[in-house]
Design a protein around this ligand. Structure first.
Ligand SMILES: Cc1ncc(COP(=O)(O)O)c(C=O)c1O
Length: 467
C-alpha cells in the first residue's frame, strides 16, 4: 500500500473541506489528463483558464453536424447561426443571473475590447473618471478618452501590505460627482496583481451619488460567482478564456440598458446601423447589442461560450471557490513560513496573507538571505526549467505594481521627463531610472483545476531557493 503523504495529511487537517471538491480531481484525470501527461505544473490561471476536453468535443460536434452562415444574411444557414448566437447571449445573462429587461450582452473579442467600447463612447465631457490605482491597463487606458474629452481623472490609492483601497478617500470622492457631466467609477472585483477582492458594496454607494460603475470582473468570475440580481454594476467586462479556457478571442460587455443608452459610438460599421447613406451622409444606429458589435460576430465560436458556461455550472461555483480557497490558504501558509538559515524570509507577499477577501493569485518577490531581491526574471527561468508555468512582471497593472514595489511619483516624474525619454522608454531604461529597484514580481495563481500536488511541487521549487 502507498504510504500516505504526510504533507497532504497535514493539509487536510488545516483544510478539512478540501475532499468536498473531489469532483475536480476526477475531472483532472479525465478532462485535463494532458496536464499530468506533460508533467505540467500550471499556475497561471489569472493569465488564462484551462479547457476541458469535452468542451472541444461538444463544440466540434456542433460544427461538424450543422451548416452555419453569416448571421447578417437571411437564409437557413444564417438563421441557424443567429439562433445559436442569440441563445448564447441569453445564456450569459442567465449565468450571471441578470434580468434580461435590465441587462444586455455585447460580444467582444476580450475584456479589453469591452473596456474600449465603454471608454471610446462614454460621454466624459465636463464629467469625472474615478478609478483605483489597482486596475488593469485596459481600465487605466480609458483615462486617455476621459482626458481627451476634458473629464477630471482621479485615482484612489491602495496601500501595503494588503493592497486594499483607501476607503475613506474613495467615499469622499464618491460624494463629489461633477454636477454638469457624467461620472464613471471603475474598479476590479478582483485584482489581477494582489488578488484582493474589492468590496461589491461600492457599487450601490457610487450609484447613490449618481456615478455609473464599471466593474472589471475579468479576474473575479473564473472562481467566484457574480450575481447581477444582487449587485448592479452598469458595465461588466469579462474574457471567457479566463473562465473556461476555450475559445480564446471572445469576451463580453454585460451592460445595464440605461447606462448603455448613454454611450455615443464614435463611428458606425457593418452591422451596427439600421440605415446608412452615402449620398445622404447620414446613419441610424441599430438598437441594443447590435449597435456595439462591429462587423460579423464570431458566430462559429460564440456557441462554445454556452458550452463553457454549462461546464462551469456542472461543477458549481461553490466547489470551485472552496477548492481555490483551500489551496491558496495552504500556499500562503507555507510560502510565508519559508526562512533562510539565518532566519530571513524567502518571500514577501504583496496583498493579503490570509484567504479573507481575496482570490487565488499570490504575488510575491523572492529574497536572498541578505534581503536582496532575486530578480523575477531569474525566478521565471528557474520555474520554466521545472515546467512550472507562472507569471512575472507587473501583469499589466502598473498602479498596483508601483505601490508594491515602492516606486514613487517623484522617481517616475524624473524618469519620464529626462532627456531622451520624451517618446521612447525601454524596460531597461526604466530599470536604470528607478535605481535598479525591482520592476516586477512573481504571480502564482491557483485556479479551478489546481490540485494539491501542483502546490506541493511549487513549494518544493520555492524551498530549492533557500540558502
Ligand atoms: C482584471 C483584468 N482586467 C482586464 C483584463 C484584460 O483581459 P484581456 O487581456 O482578455 O482583454 C485582465 C487580463 O489579465 C485582467 O486580469
Amino acid at each position: 500500500m502507498e504510504k500516505p503523504d504526510v504533507e497532504f495529511v497535514s493539509f487536510l487537517k488545516s483544510y478539512p473541506t478540501y475532499p468536498t471538491t473531489h469532483l475536480i480531481d476526477d475531472l483532472r484525470a479525465t478532462e485535463y489528463a494532458r496536464l499530468d501527461l506533460g508533467g505540467h505544473v500550471y499556475l497561471d490561471y489569472t493569465g488564462g483558464g484551462l479547457y476541458a476536453e469535452s468542451q472541444l468535443r461538444r463544440h466540434n460536434k456542433l460544427l461538424a453536424e450543422h451548416v452555419f452562415g453569416n448571421p447578417h444574411s437571411s437564409n437557413p444557414t444564417s438563421h441557424a447561426a443567429t439562433q445559436l448566437v442569440e441563445h448564447a447571449r441569453e445564456y450569459v445573462l442567465k449565468f450571471f443571473n441578470a434580468d434580461p429587461d435590465e441587462y444586455l450582452v455585447v460580444f467582444t473579442s476580450n475584456a479589453s475590447g469591452a473596456l474600449k467600447l465603454v471608454g471610446e463612447s462614454y460621454p466624459f465631457a465636463r464629467g469625472r473618471y474615478l478609478l483605483t490605482f489597482d486596475n488593469h491597463n485596459s481600465v487605466n487606458g480609458i483615462r486617455e478618452f476621459a482626458h481627451a474629452r476634458g473629464a477630471k481623472v482621479t485615482y484612489i490609492p491602495v496601500a501595503l501590505p494588503d493592497m486594499r483601497a483607501d476607503e475613506s478617500g474613495l467615499r469622499r470622492e464618491l460624494t463629489q460627482p461633477a454636477k454638469s457631466g457624467h461620472n464613471l467609477f471603475a474598479y476590479p472585483a478582483q485584482s489581477n496583481f494582489s488578488s484582493v477582492q474589492h468590496p461589491l458594496e461600492w457599487i450601490e454607494e457610487a450609484h447613490k451619488h449618481g456615478w455609473d460603475v464599471l466593474l472589471d470582473a475579468a479576474a473575479f468570475v473564473p472562481t467566484s460567482k457574480l450575481d447581477l440580481s444582487e449587485v448592479k454594476p452598469d458595465f461588466v467586462p469579462v474574457s471567457f478564456y479566463k473562465m473556461f479556457g476555450y475559445p480564446t478571442g471572445l469576451g463580453a460587455l454585460i451592460a445595464r440598458k440605461p447606462a448603455l443608452a448613454k454611450l455615443q459610438r464614435p463611428w458606425f460599421a457593418g452591422g451596427t446601423i439600421t440605415v446608412a447613406s452615402v449620398q445622404g451622409d447620414k446613419f441610424y444606429m441599430a438598437d441594443g447589442s447590435s449597435a456595439f458589435e462591429d462587423g460579423t460576430v464570431d458566430y462559429l465560436n460564440i456557441p462554445a461560450i454556452e458550452i463553457g458556461l454549462k461546464y462551469i455550472e456542472s461543477i458549481g461555483y461553490a466547489v470551485i471557490h472552496e477548492r481555490v480557497h483551500c489551496l491558496t490558504g495552504w500556499l500562503l501558509d507555507n510560502l510565508t513560513a519559508l526562512k533562510h538559515n539565518n532566519g530571513a524570509n524567502l518571500v514577501r507577499v504583496y496583498g493579503p496573507t490570509s484567504t479573507e477577501g481575496r482570490g487565488g493569485a499570490v504575488t510575491v518577490n523572492f529574497y536572498d538571505q541578505d534581503g536582496n531581491t532575486l530578480d523575477h526574471r531569474f525566478i521565471e527561468e528557474q520555474a520554466n526549467q521545472a515546467n512550472i508555468s507562472l507569471r512575472t512582471g507587473c501583469f499589466c497593472n502598473p498602479g498596483a505594481g508601483e505601490v508594491a514595489l515602492e516606486i514613487s511619483r517623484v522617481e517616475l516624474d524624473v524618469c519620464f521627463t529626462s532627456p531622451g525619454h520624451e517618446d521612447r522608454l525601454s524596460i531597461d531604461d526604466f530599470r536604470t531610472c528607478i535605481d535598479g529597484k525591482s520592476t516586477g514580481a512573481v504571480r502564482i495563481s491557483v485556479g479551478m483545476v489546481t490540485n494539491f500536488k501542483d502546490v506541493q511541487k511549487f513549494l518544493a521549487f520555492a524551498k530549492s531557493l533557500l540558502q
